[in-house]
Ligand binder design. Structure first.
Ligand code: ADP
Ligand code: TZD
Length: 579
């Protein structure tokens, strides 16, 4: 009798949809950034039904950027969900950018049926997505059977966050979602990833080599990169800097690991310290174009060659990063936390402070530059320029140090980076390694969703245009985001002329006096038109007090910008002019 009842008992089943969601939740991922459509619409609905936060965007690239920066903010992979072919491709730029910047992210895209795709029979949104994604990310996987979903998600998570973090693509064909299996077996097939980003301890002899070099330095310098910010070793880094007395330079997204007002910050003497330093300790920063590849004029040029040039110590989790541009004299391979702790153990006793001449020479340059900048910031020209507007932003960020700052543009980026001090780690989010436009609103949404803090987005008018439609998303979710558009009527500035003399405006010029603030009013947000620093200040203060979605159209002198901001020399025509 009991045998009979067992055999006819209907055992509960689960399906592909729920296994995906359960696997994510099991691993502490409770937010998905994405955009619905076939075959993932029901997945987005079920995510909400299962208690997850589903943040729905207007374009996948912005959802992808949100997921990528969520990864940086939380050190867990941010998840972006898209439909097949075009939705997948829209998300791919963000996945690729995440990989370039070492942000952990998983792009999950629904895909068409394998047998139709592989025979190229013309399925709805047909595309071999896995093959296309593979060269653009750290790892790419496809799951064909419901019982493999647990493994697929576990591999994606581990690939995204272990070692050097990056983007992972997970291909889920439409048929997978509707596959069913026994619920208990399904649950048992899921994997809670143990220690997804294991510590990587540096070798003791590598630590000694680094300490030896550092100890002998006459003009030592520490460069902190966004890998150091990502590593969350804030206390250890602060102790290292303060105990050794070595001046440091923060890269853009490393600003705030120590407050920019710290007396050992050499940020205001950057062009002095790079060519002069004799031993440079790079911590989670690559010697790529942003550091002039560790050579050339920035690093002393012919002058440096005469005295043998800088010696480099590099802390990085990726062994193959070493010697990428110049010789690394003391490679220290491991995670920033473990490497810095090992260095701290080595300097536990007496540590020779850097020579006073070095420290004084830096202080002199720094004070001179800060003094000059203070004079510029104190000016109040009409129309406003970048400096007088940023003088306001600088005060507001000082008074709200926990606020998240998103920043993109050319001049709007460069001036904000150098003028606006950061006081806490991982608060500054910007265009990163590629200098990519379009991260703005995606980053702003994720910064608000992940932290609950006020977000301030300082945007060039061109930069804003890449993701501007997401003001609707910001209003829809009622996020505390204050967007400030530095409106100078175009890309870099608004004064270029059509070289052919035709009636079209120049390629860099936009509609003059555009009323961007009306965009947010269309969705119930607060629009502000600001032509003076006082109006900008009132607008920002009001936005922060109310936590209402706000867009401030800050009118900047259209002649104020320079071509490509600080990187004008990278324009090919710049080398023509030199010839
Ligand atoms: P920045 O642009 O700020 O100079 P980069 O993106 O060029 O910084 O460099 C970041 C580096 O940090 C990468 O080489 C990456 O491998 C490394 N990295 C990321 N996370 C860690 C970590 N936890 N420990 C050590 N290195 C890390
Ligand atoms: N497209 C993408 C995806 N990324 C880019 N970096 C560019 C184009 C080229 N580009 C820059 O490098 S900055 C920039 C573009 C179009 C916009 C500069 O204008 P802006 O800022 O209005 O945003 P400023 O303050 O006026 O310089």
């Amino acid at each position: 009798m009991s045998n009979l009842s067992e055999s006819t008992e209907v055992r509960p089943t689960t399906d592909g949809f729920h296994l995906v969601l359960d696997a994510l939740k099991l691993n502490g991922i409770h937010t998905i950034y994405g955009l619905p459509g076939i075959p993932v619409t029901d997945l987005t609905r079920m995510a909400q039904a299962e208690g997850m936060r589903m943040i729905s965007f207007r374009h996948e690239q912005n959802a992808g950027n949100a997921a990528a920066i969520a990864g940086f903010i939380t050190a867990k992979p941010g998840v972006c969900l898209t439909v097949s072919a075009p939705g997948f491709l829209n998300g791919l730029t963000a996945l690729s950018n995440a990989t370039t910047n070492c942000f952990p992210m998983i792009l999950i895209s629904g895909s068409s049926e394998r047998e139709i795709v592989d025979l190229q029979q013309g399925d709805y949104e047909e595309m071999d997505q896995l093959a296309i994604a593979r060269p653009l990310c750290k790892a790419a996987y496809r799951v064909l059977h419901a019982e493999d979903i647990g493994v697929g998600i576990a591999r994606a998570i581990r690939s995204a966050v272990s070692g050097r973090p990056g983007g992972v693509y997970l291909d889920l064909p439409a048929k997978l979602f509707a596959q069913t299996m026994d619920a208990e077996a399904g649950s048992a097939s899921l994997i809670e990833v143990v220690d997804p980003a294991p510590r990587q301890i540096p070798a003791p002899d590598a630590v000694q080599r680094a300490l030896g070099l550092l100890r002998g330095a006459k003009k030592p310098l520490i460069v902190l990169g966004k890998g150091a910010a990502y590593a969350r070793a804030d206390e250890a880094l602060r102790t290292l800097v303060e105990k050794t007395g070595i001046p440091y330079l923060p890269m853009s997204m490393a600003k705030g690991i120590l407050p920019d007002t710290h007396e050992q910050s050499a940020a205001a003497a950057r062009s002095f310290v790079l060519p002069e330093a004799d031993v440079v300790l790079l911590i989670g920063a690559r010697l790529n174009w942003l550091l002039s590849h560790g050579k050339g004029k920035t690093w002393g040029g012919a002058n440096a060659k005469a005295w043998g040039g800088q010696k480099f110590i590099q802390i990085d989790i990726s062994p193959t990063e070493m010697d990428s541009n110049v010789r690394i004299d003391a490679p220290l391979v491991g995670d920033v936390g473990s490497c810095v702790s090992a260095l701290l153990e080595g300097i536990a006793g007496q540590w020779p402070q850097p020579p006073a001449e070095w420290i004084n020479a830096i202080a002199e340059r720094r004070n001179k530059n800060i003094g000059k900048m203070a004079e510029t910031l104190a000016k109040d020209p009409r129309p406003m320029n970048f400096h007088s507007a940023l003088n306001v932003v600088r005060d507001i960020v000082r008074d709200n140090p926990a606020a998240m700052l998103v920043n993109e543009g050319a001049n709007a980026l460069d001036f904000t980076r150098s003028i606006v001090d950061m006081y806490q780690p991982r608060k500054r989010l910007d265009v990163g390694t590629w200098g990519v436009m379009g991260i703005g609103m995606g980053f702003a949404v994720a910064a608000a969703v992940e932290t609950g803090q006020q977000v301030i987005a300082i945007e060039g008018d061109s930069a804003f245009g890449f993701s501007g439609m997401e003001v609707e998303t910001i209003c829809r979710y009622g996020l505390p985001v204050c967007i400030v558009i530095f409106n100078n009527n175009g890309v870099y500035r608004g004064t270029d002329q059509n070289l052919g003399g035709g009636s079209d405006v120049a390629p860099t010029v936009f509609v003059k006096d555009a009323r961007y603030e009306k965009l947010i009013e269309a969705f119930g947000g607060v629009g502000v038109y600001a032509t003076t620093p006082a109006e900008l200040r009132t607008g920002m203060e009001q936005a922060i007090r109310s936590r209402k979605p706000t867009l401030i159209n800050a009118i900047i002198d259209e002649t104020a910008g320079t071509e490509s901001g600080r990187i004008t020399g990278l324009n090919p025509a710049a080398s023509l002019k030199k010839k």
